[in-house]
Design a binder for this molecule. Structure first.
Ligand code: GAL
Length: 818
């Protein structure tokens, strides 16, 4: 039976490639493991030229004599960006895309019973004539062999590919069902499978030697002789279809995956086996929205790049999976767009597992090149579809170059290819031009109309060229309001509110399938974009995946996590003219009680939110005083009411004389005989709180009658670090493992100290390494570090030190499964 051998370990790497290396072992080189980046970078202020080079990777591999009668394939899951593979001095493959996998049949190039020299020339220059290159790009395109490499050893007769097409036998409707009911639902599903088999199947099939067996979980669902082959390029297609089976749904609420084993059996011997997880679901874009299992689901997603600080694209399985978990579990989105290229299979696998819907697309950014370039784009479409079509989470193929001009000829080709290789899913294609030519099934458009004061999105009818077709917003916000984690409080709040504004507007538009915010986290970019430091601060998280305030607008959609954020620290000096301005509560609680110095000021419920299309939109705080003015005894009744009104108004609107403010002031002075000379003292006492012993606002989030979260805002008296580790047991299987450790600097009440920037240093003991610098400054009161295993078993620890704060230690273990 087929066997897979990972080849991620112990490659030799040289930043320069030389023709000589094709035939002889490299003299000067460093020993590396894959995923690998050609150049580690600083987190900011570096130039994209540093990863642009033609480099060399080399590995010597012995091919056992037993492989002689087999077929041997060599797969590279991702090499940035063009590469040439040589085996024992002979050129065996050129590949032109940094984001798709490629496989080489190396059977006749290997020397069996001997060592074989594999050399890879990797070109990571952005001058290449292939997508996404040719003009400017708003992201860095890092080079290297950054995804897994493996051999597969197969019998001569084997599957070239297997395309699993599960479907539901009848239309289901989950619209009136609770989550629990969706979970319990049983439906009738069938599985159609297209088996693409090598040419040698033909004679075996004719002589009745060949069978296909298929298991759904443990159950044998098909055992069928191979008859009725269809000849195609490179082999034969054999289609099979299972009998109806009672199955559970794959749904965002309960993504049930079924492992499927498809076996090619020759003379009772399994010669090849293809395994994948499938999900039974119906997924449909209709004119008026997106439907999953017959239920209208508003897609609420974020765009994800595949980059990380220091190592660019080179992160192993656990880190790819972590991003999917963060999206689903921390940001509570139900969808992700893999902008602007196909991403790691591990990431998509995790989306399958978690029930996160995926819109994936071909590589590219605005620019369309010449005919050679276009041929590669068409090839990329085919590769993307064929390589990812077994994932239940994928619901839409992006078949246009992101934000490019119309090019009907090219896009007819990409659409045809996508439909040919996957008739089960629709195509979309991301554009910024309204009413542009629509060859796809879904009009997907980057709607950047929101600028703070206006509506969050445009109407479908203003944008699409065919209102009969579905419409989806593929990006919003982003460059419209870059936000650094250490920007002023007002700025960070505005960032959050803009995300809420768009979500609220999209929710109102019943014919918009949903929207994907730009974007999940900050990313390194080219000089033409970003803030001059080669960083685009467009994320709702920072580069280490620490949440900004805007992240909580998404988290508040969560049913499982309790969210309570208050957008201000109440330090008035952080605001121009000491005017606090608007402050919001972001929560998914049923009720929030606000206290000032233990006195209840006000209770807020979701109905108080002005974001009326959101179940849990941000809630504006409109009272900072409660009954304090009335209870002080300083004022008569009518006077107290107006004083309170004026003070709250001053807090939110500042010292500008609005007509309503003037009216309140006139009433106070003329009718209620308020002495204007007391105004400043009154303000200081109830709002400014100057000179008072302490001012403490406390917020309690109540759910089902219980206090589930408390936020307390008071003068900072202490700082400490809070650590969140992705995992502490690092497992090495076919390559190293990496743990992500997120660090926040918090005060005594666990509020983030956004302007804390004392250096933090890292020290590891045991079989681990720190990726990147061992000392950094927190950015916006948060930082992060990646710890890597080094191929040895053992225990150790990470010590995080910051001057003046208590050290934090994290116990780490490494286990090698090889
Ligand atoms: C879009 C583009 C994204 C990113 C974003 C910033 O135009 O597709 O890649 O640059 O703008 O808002």
């Amino acid at each position: 039976m087929a066997q897979r051998i990972y080849l991620d370990r112990k490659w030799r790497f040289n930043e320069e490639f030389d023709e000589e290396m094709i035939e002889v072992p490299m003299k000067k080189s460093t020993l590396i493991n894959i995923p690998h980046t050609v150049k580690e970078t600083p987190a900011s202020y570096f130039d994209e030229s540093i990863y642009q080079m033609v480099s060399a990777y080399q590995k010597s591999i012995s091919a056992p004599i037993q492989w002689k009668n087999k077929d041997v394939f060599l797969t590279f899951e991702g090499v940035g960006h063009a590469c040439d593979v040589y085996i024992n001095g002979k050129h065996v493959k050129h590949h032109d895309c940094g984001y798709t996998a490629f496989t080489i049949n190396v059977t006749r190039h290997l020397k069996y019973g001997e060592d074989n020299l594999i050399t890879v020339r990797v070109d990571s220059r952005e001058t290449l004539n292939q997508p996404p290159f040719g003009y400017v790009i708003d992201y860095m395109t890092y080079g290297g062999i950054y995804r897994d490499v493996y051999f597969e050893i197969k019998d001569k007769t084997h599957f070239i590919d297997v395309f699993l097409q599960p479907s539901l036998l009848e239309r289901v409707s989950t619209s009136k069902r609770t989550k629990k009911q969706i979970k319990m639902m049983k439906v009738q599903g069938i599985l159609k499978t297209e088996c693409y088999i090598t040419n040698s199947i033909y004679d075996l099939a004719v002589d009745d030697h060949a069978f296909i067996r298929q298991y759904l979980g443990e159950d044998l669902i098909i055992s069928q002789p191979v008859v009725g082959l269809e000849h195609v390029e490179g082999g034969y297609i054999f289609n099979i279809s299972s009998a109806p089976a009672t199955v559970k749904l794959w749904d965002i609420e309960n993504p049930v995956l079924y492992p499927v084993k498809t076996q090619l059996v020759i003379d009772d011997k399994v010669v090849d086996e293809f395994e994948a997880n499938i999900g039974f679901r119906s997924s449909e874009f209709r004119k008026n929205g997106y439907y999953l299992n017959g239920r209208k689901v508003k897609l609420r997603g974020l765009n994800r790049h595949q980059s990380y600080p220091y190592v660019g694209y080179a992160m192993p399985e656990s880190m790819q999976r972590l991003d999917a978990k963060i999206l689903k579990e921390e940001l509570a989105v139900n969808a992700v767009r893999t902008s602007h290229y196909p991403q790691s299979q591990y990431f998509i696998d995790e989306c399958d597992k978690l029930g996160l819907l995926v819109f994936t697309e071909i590589p590219g950014w605005q620019h369309i090149g010449d005919n050679d370039w276009k041929d590669i784009a068409v090839e990329n479409t085919k590769d993307m579809v064929v390589q990812y079509r077994n994932h239940p989470s994928i619901i839409l193929w992006g078949t246009r170059i992101n934000e490019s001009q119309d090019d009907d000829e090219l896009y007819k080709r990409t659409n045809d290819v996508a439909h040919k290789y996957d008739p089960t899913r629709p195509t979309g294609g991301v554009r910024v031009i309204a009413k542009s030519s629509l060859l796809e099934d879904v009009y997907t458009y980057n709607d950047f109309v929101h600028s703070g004061k206006n509506k969050g999105c445009r109407k479908k009818s203003d944008i699409t060229s065919d209102v009969e077709k579905p419409y989806l917003i593929s990006e919003y916000n982003g460059h419209m309001y870059p936000t650094k984690p250490y920007d002023s409080e007002k700025h960070r709040q505005e960032h959050a509110i803009r995300h809420a504004n768009v979500l609220n507007s999209v929710a109102e538009e019943t014919d918009i399938a949903g929207a994907f915010g730009w974007c999940m986290f900050d990313y390194n970019t080219h000089k033409d974009f970003g803030s001059g430091d080669r960083v685009c601060y467009h994320g709702v998280m920072d580069m280490f995946r620490n949440p900004k305030l805007a992240a909580s607008v998404y988290s508040a959609f969560s049913d499982s996590e309790n969210v309570l954020e208050v957008t201000s620290s109440f330090d008035i000096g952080e605001h121009p003219a000491s005017n606090l301005g608007k402050t919001y509560i972001i929560t998914n609680a049923d009720l929030v009680r606000m206290y000032k110095n233990d006195e209840l000021i006000k209770e807020y419920t979701p109905a108080d939110s002005e974001f009326e299309n959101m179940k849990h939109g941000p809630i504006l705080i409109d009272d900072f005083i409660g009954d304090a003015v009335e209870n002080s005894g300083e004022f008569k009744k009518g006077q107290a009411k107006l004083v309170k009104q004026a003070l709250n108004q001053l807090t939110i609107e500042g010292f500008k004389i609005s007509p309503s403010m003037l009216w309140t002031a006139l009433k106070l002075v003329l009718i209620h005989r308020f002495n204007p000379s007391k105004a400043v003292a009154t303000y200081s006492k109830y709002i400014g709180d100057w000179g008072n012993a302490s001012r403490e606002y406390r917020f309690e989030a109540i759910k089902d009658g219980k206090t589930v979260k408390t936020v307390t805002k008071a003068a900072v008296t202490e700082a400490h670090m809070e650590i969140k580790s992705s995992h502490t047991l690092l497992t090495e299987w076919h390559t190293y493992d990496v743990a992500n450790i997120r660090i926040k600097i918090l005060d005594q009440n666990n509020n983030q100290l956004y302007f804390f920037n004392r250096p933090i240093s890292f020290e590891v003991d045991g079989p681990f390494e720190v990726i990147g610098p061992t000392s950094i400054s927190p950015v916006g009161g948060a930082a992060g570090v990646y710890i890597k295993s080094i191929g040895e078993d053992g225990d150790g620890k990470l010590t995080i030190h910051c001057d003046g704060l208590e050290d934090v230690q994290i116990g780490l273990s490494a286990e090698c499964l090889v």
